[in-house]
Write a protein that binds this ligand. Structure first.
Ligand code: SAM
Ligand code: SF4
Ligand code: SF4
Length: 300
């Protein structure tokens, strides 16, 4: 991350904490719900299979920027399926940078060609070692590894949603992150039990074991893009929800924190690490603030 960006984001953080403001800094735009996969844990794919048009996405970007958002994520559905008015995902990332976003990340299932050096981070979902990943995501593991290896850029961060099926595969995903030159790090979430996927949730004990494993891998210098200081809050879901510093835009509609905010009682079962990390940072938790600064400097 550029020093100037770090200074701007730190200033935002200080003002938010001192004046107890609720202004958002991180925004996500949903480009489409269309997806080429149908993962076992996912409840947001192919509901309408709509690709939102370029003009709509551009006006959402401008709206988010004008609200003060400086970290932007593009998400889906599958983001690399997005095309509209002759534009593709690369054009959107370039447009976002031109507008002035300091960090622009995308989230992808990695099954299509993933060259996008213009993005700060490509969060690429890998949900375990080959067997469990394929159980959750269909027979895609080999293709994803092939795409990672043939990518021209090393801005890939693996993204693993830990659930009942893959909870023993944390070390395998961390090893891929460590050994593949194009991968910078790995970032974890716990399963969030959208209706119909409750059976994949972890118990508190299972989450604790996973966090212990991740902690021991951080000690062994595996590249892990999560804040260890937030683990106790994540395991017991003891953080303020929803997170007011994050917003999501889908089809012109804005929600605080995530689309999931609309699902009754889901926040009390939240598994998204970002929600805990951001809400605790902006509540002024010093340990987590320092952890965030050092982790972000390392991996973005
Ligand atoms: C909805 S997908 C969209 C982007 C892309 N299709 C992908 O799979 O990365 C974004 C991320 O949400 C994760 N995800 C989906 N359902 C989830 C759930 N119930 N709990 C936690 N994470 C989930 C996916 O594993 C993926 O990493
Ligand atoms: S690839 Fe992403 S959007 Fe598609 S089904 Fe899987 S998690 Fe959901
Ligand atoms: S806290 Fe945020 S990410 Fe977690 S379930 Fe609620 S709205 Fe979704």
């Amino acid at each position: 991350m550029k020093t100037s960006s770090l200074i701007k984001l730190s200033l935002f953080g200080m003002i938010t904490i001192i004046f107890k403001r609720k202004k958002p800094i991180l925004g996500t735009i949903i480009l489409t719900d269309k997806c080429n996969l149908s993962c076992k844990h996912c409840a947001v794919n192919n509901i309408n299979s709509i690709i939102h048009p370029y003009c709509e996405i551009k006006s959402e970007m401008i709206e988010l920027y004008n609200q003060g958002i400086r970290i932007l994520f593009f998400c889906g559905g599958e983001t690399f399926l997005w095309e509209s008015e002759g534009k593709n995902l690369r054009d959107l990332v370039n447009e976002a940078k031109k507008i002035g976003f300091l960090i622009v990340n995308i989230v992808t299932n990695g099954t299509l060609q993933i060259d996008l050096p213009e993005a700060d981070l490509i969060l690429l979902s890998l949900d375990g070692a080959k067997e469990n990943h394929n159980l959750i995501r269909g027979d895609t593991y080999d293709k994803i590894l092939e795409n990672i290896r043939s990518s021209q850029s090393s801005n890939i961060c693996l993204y693993m949603a830990i659930n009942k099926l893959n909870k023993t595969d944390i070390i395998d995903v961390c090893s891929v992150a460590k050994n593949e030159p194009n991968i910078r790090a790995v970032s974890f979430n716990f399963h969030t039990p959208y209706p119909g996927t409750e059976h994949l949730s972890l118990t508190v004990d299972e989450k604790q074991k996973c966090c212990d494993t991740i902690s021991s891998l951080i000690d062994k210098d595996y590249p892990i893009f999560n804040l260890r200081s937030a683990f106790p809050y994540i395991v017991h879901i003891k953080f303020p929800t929803p997170c007011h510093q994050c917003i999501v835009m889908e089809n012109g509609k804005q929600s605080i924190c995530g689309r999931c905010v609309e699902i009754e009682d889901l926040c009390s079962k939240c598994g998204y690490f970002f929600a805990a990390e951001y809400s605790l940072v902006f509540k002024g938790n010093l340990k987590i603030i320092f952890d965030m600064l050092s982790t972000y400097l390392k991996y973005i």
